[in-house]
Design a protein. Sequence first.
Length: 147
Amino acid sequence: MENSKKHEFFMREALKEAQKALLKDEVPIGAVIVCNDRIISRAHNLTETLGDPTAHAEMQAITAATNYLGGKYLNQCTLYVTIEPCPMCAGAMYWAQLGELVYGATDPKRGFSIIASKTLHPKTKVISGVLALECSSIVSTFFNRKR
């Protein structure tokens, strides 16, 4: 499978996780972690459900993936997330030595690239804009309904 099709496929899986968050009235952000072209963890925001401001989709996915692999490093893995990670999540990716980050829509207010662009591990490859319209639309619609 060519890379762009592969990235779209896995981003659609992350969007499925975002839908799960939406059903729980959580900010609809979803993530999956892939290793050797296989999803090893799936997660979505759980900050409201758990009453935990650190329960972002990326943090949940990292914890599940490291548990699955039995170690703290994800250097052979790709994290797909619907919205650009915040600095906290980018910091966790740094410590996990994430191999690749693929995200959908940018976050012009809280995204790591605006606030702390050097937070990711220097070896982490970054791809942005995969299914950006779909990824931003679900979040925009959520917040428009809240207002």
